[in-house]
Design a protein around this ligand. Sequence first.
Ligand SMILES: [Zn+2]
Length: 261
Amino acid sequence: MLKMTDPRTTARWLVDWVERGTWRDLPGVLLPSDPAPMPERGRFTAMERLEESARELGVVIYDFRGMDRLIHYPTKVWGYFRDKTRGKNIPKRGRARGRRKWKNCTAVMLHRTDVEEMGPHRFLGTPCHDAVANDASIVLCHPHDAYIMGGHTANSFAVHLELSDADGELLELQVAAALILVRYVHEDLLAHRDRDVVMMAHRQSHKSRTGDPGARIFQQVGVPAMNELGMRLGPVVGSGTQLPDEWLLGLDPDTSPITLT
Ligand SMILES: [Zn+2]
């Protein structure tokens, strides 16, 4: 399913990209939404369960994991990503820097793009492992053991999930898609390492991202996923900061933050 891109959208996206970087948090008091029921475990793989859940929701999965990041793709479909040149739409930071040991992949980190109009194809050059696009489609960008430059000090251990959003508010369908995506990542990590996987926000790993992904997204995606999957909150690393209590509204009181050891 390929969608042509309106040039006006591309222009707006470019402007947004240049102007991005505030990650201003917006206060939110939305209650977490009810996650959809978990598909039956057992004989199905994590990927099969993700596909089944996506079918039920009616969202498309784009799998870009095998795509070469060193070549240029048609800009009408894939857009002009970075470096302000039409000849190069995959920026260096959109490429994986090798692989990590699975035992070191310990966290799911939520992000928001802080850019509107992020359709699925834009994520080919975005430094994240997986994403939920503006139309709620799910995008698989890199294997979860890939080293991706998406979260500052957390890059050595976090799986980066980007949610297409500019104002801290997701569509209901995006929230549902994000929840099945977190389940998939969580299950994939546990399949490779049998220890705790923690939840984190980009805010926890760099001082420039205090509103990333913001109160609303963390309440709607982070907290329900933590409650359902028994995930604890990961540590503050580098120049990051603690999450405000508001972000954790609705968190099961048994879920205590994890400290770095
Ligand atoms: Zn981020």
